[in-house]
Design a protein around this ligand. Structure first.
Ligand code: GCU
Length: 661
């Protein structure tokens, strides 16, 4: 048995690939034609499934239930045809066969019924998960920065794990949802992690070998200062010939060891990381220097656009963090090499529960852009709260920056709209927790990210439905789980920061309420509440001018409180508490109502979960029950802190006379 289909380590949850999910396929007669490493992976999968469920893997030309046929190309697309009682997957290459195999698993019994044909191809060529994992345990951030699922799957206290069995199981889960790139270390590159590029490269070679049989290529986050810190040069100036030579030599060594290495992820001039600004250069100079080192080997630089001033003076009303990425990057459009992907956070601030789409995404038609999402729940409840993020991502990916007639954000990332393709990237929420994701229901976010990256047209209900069907054997859990999970992001939004204003979390850790936690701080994340009103004026007329970074129609729709969508009102406008929303209620009454309602919805979520006792595995039941207790405690805390804060600031009583402290 090869490592990719080895049994899961004891006590580890099988997530969405439990034994029963393989039964429809594993109980049948199956033939595989083709050769190559990914075909071997599929063969290993099929052999394990038939051994467990009583089917057979046949070689001869006899009738079969499932015919898996692979050519010698390299594409990811495949077709599935069902006729004359045989389901046939045709793929032109190994990746397509692997994805076709998992497609059949996902379809379950339906894959073996009726007569039909499907052509399936990913809508994005790059579907990447970034791990913010540290090799060393960081004194503040721990082993995984913003990780809420235990330690790293890859590293354990200073070294790459000796046993990578769990990584192999993880790679298999990722392949089953179509992920084809993984970033192996934190974008904040600390001292030890920087060395993954040089003397610790053998560890990267080992990890790459575990991901390779699942069609996944690895990337490293590198430090822009590496020529100095690792190479001993006097400068990391991207235009310096010695610096360029250092990147070229170092990169050649990486490719000698890992020929299919995907490239570098770079966080530069951001939150204290070194970058081209230190040498009087811009981000195109910086990105292109690394791109040229990667170019001969077909590698890519994923250059992050998360650049802003995090040492702001709160008294300065002209600096707006929301503007920063566009201010820095939009003028550089056209200057990036074709193997640079500018990786843009989906929102202009920082993975908040609600933000507009970043205007950078529509502003760089001559640049490859990737959209970055956050699966790890940094601002959305730390995998202690049920917060299903697929509807949020779906909304952002289907946003049309130029209005109804033009392309979506997903189209831009895929190269179907204005410019060339970049892809979709997200920060992973997985760790060495037995459930992989801390909260067992947060597995649905990881699953959903992969599926949406593959096909952004899937609805969030469809994606959740697939996940439920694969994960839980009892069909009766479907209804209650939809009730509990479907709208949980909106529930979370209700009891946390209102109307798109963001943050209000405890500084540092970002869990739990602290309404003024970031007010008057250098991070540039303010709500400006006073006795009269709340919100950030980002208009062109009287504010920071951020609305002007959007193309029409949004620059105009966001500019006026009359046309700005309610859910983003306080992101764009500072309004009096008595301002009446499109919904008909005032801002302050909306705050009270949503906070009372949101907390009540958590009570109902817990009751819904209680119905599932005996229908889901006991360990899952216990873990979720415990976490829902914490979610209710935390939602109550949020409700009371936010409502009390605005009650005291505004002096406006609750129209329904509920208790506010
Ligand atoms: C957020 C997060 C950091 C992270 C940063 C990034 O600010 O809190 O931990 O490093 O995003 O995306 O680079």
């Amino acid at each position: 048995m090869n490592q990719s289909t080895a049994p899961l380590p004891h006590g580890v949850d099988p997530a969405w690939l439990p034994s029963f999910a393989l039964r429809p396929l594993g109980s049948r007669r199956i033939r595989i034609a083709g050769s190559g490493p990914l075909v071997d992976t599929v063969r290993g999968e099929v052999a394990a499934a038939v051994a467990e469920h009583g089917g057979v893997l046949v070689d001869s030309q006899e009738p079969v239930d499932l015919d898996l046929i692979c050519g010698n190309g390299g594409t990811e697309a495949f077709t599935v045809t069902r006729e004359d009682r045989t389901t046939t997957v045709h793929a032109n290459g190994g990746p397509g066969l692997l994805y076709g195999f998992h497609h059949v698993v996902r379809r379950g019994e339906a894959a073996f019924d009726g007569t039909w044909t499907e052509r399936v191809a990913p809508r994005q060529a790059i579907r990447m998960l970034d791990h913010w994992d540290n090799v060393d345990v960081h004194p503040v951030m721990g082993q995984v920065e913003r990780g809420y699922a235990g330690g790293s799957l890859f590293y354990d206290n200073g070294v790459v794990r000796a046993d990578l069995g769990r990584v192999a199981a993880y790679a298999r889960l990722l392949a089953s949802i179509g992920i084809n790139r993984v970033g192996l270390n934190n974008v904040n590159v600390h001292r030890t992690e920087a060395r993954l590029l040089t003397d610790l490269l053998p560890d990267v070679v080992r990890l790459a070998a575990v991901f390779r049989p699942q069609g996944i290529k690895v990337c490293l986050s590198v430090s822009f200062a590496a020529p100095v810190t690792l190479g001993g040069l006097a400068t990391a100036d991207p235009l310096d010939p010695e610096v360029r030579d250092w990147w070229a030599r170092t990169t050649a060594d990486v490719y000698a060891a890992i020929p299919d290495f995907a490239g570098y992820v770079v966080k530069a001039d951001s939150e204290g990381q070194p970058g081209p600004f230190g040498y009087g250069r811009d981000h195109a100079d910086g990105a292109n220097a690394l791109a040229r080192a990667l170019k001969p080997f077909g590698g890519t630089v994923f250059w992050r656009a998360f650049v802003y001033n995090h040492r702001q003076d709160w008294r300065d009303r002209t600096t707006d963090r929301a503007r920063a990425a566009h201010d820095h990057f939009a003028p550089l459009d056209g200057r990036f090499d074709d193997n640079v992907v500018v990786q843009v956070k989906a929102g202009p601030i920082d993975f908040q529960t609600r933000e507009p789409v970043s205007p950078v995404i529509a502003a760089m038609p001559s640049t490859r852009l990737a959209v970055e999402l956050q699966v790890t729940q940094e601002y959305t409840g730390h995998q202690k709260h049920v917060c299903h993020l697929v509807p949020l991502w779906r909304e952002m990916l289907s946003f049309r920056p130029w209005g109804e007639e033009e392309g979506t954000v997903a189209d831009i990332a895929a190269g179907r709209a204005s410019g060339p393709a970049g892809g979709v990237v997200a920060v992973s929420n997985a760790g060495d927790d037995p459930f992989w994701t801390g909260h067992p229901l947060a597995q649905a976010n990881l699953y959903g990210f992969g599926r949406l990256a593959w096909d952004d047209r899937l609805t969030s209900a469809e994606v959740l439905d697939e996940w439920i069907g694969l994960t839980f054997a009892d069909p009766d859990v479907r209804g209650p789980l939809h009730r509990l999970v479907d709208d949980s992001w909106r529930t979370y939004e209700k009891y946390t920061a209102p109307l798109g204003v963001g943050f209000m979390v405890r500084p540092g850790g970002h869990y739990g309420p602290d309404v003024d936690g970031y007010e008057y701080s250098p991070w540039g994340t303010y709500h400006f509440a006073d006795r009269d009103g709340v919100g950030v004026d980002r208009t062109r007329a009287t504010g920071t001018g951020f609305t002007g970074q959007f193309p029409p129609p949004w620059r105009n729709l966001y500019e006026s409180p009359e046309t700005c969508p309610d859910e983003l009102l306080l992101f764009f406008h500072h309004v009096p508490y008595g301002h009446v929303l499109h919904s008909g209620t005032t801002v302050v009454q909306h705050i009270y109502d949503t906070h009372f309602d949101g907390r009540e919805e958590v009570v109902r979520m817990a009751a819904t979960w209680a119905e599932l006792e005996g229908r889901v595995p006991a360990s899952t039941f216990r873990r979720v029950t415990e976490l829902l207790g914490e979610q209710l405690r935390s939602a109550t805390e949020w409700r009371d802190q936010v409502n009390t804060y605005f009650h005291r600031k505004s002096g406006v009583p609750d129209a329904r006379g509920r208790r506010i402290y």
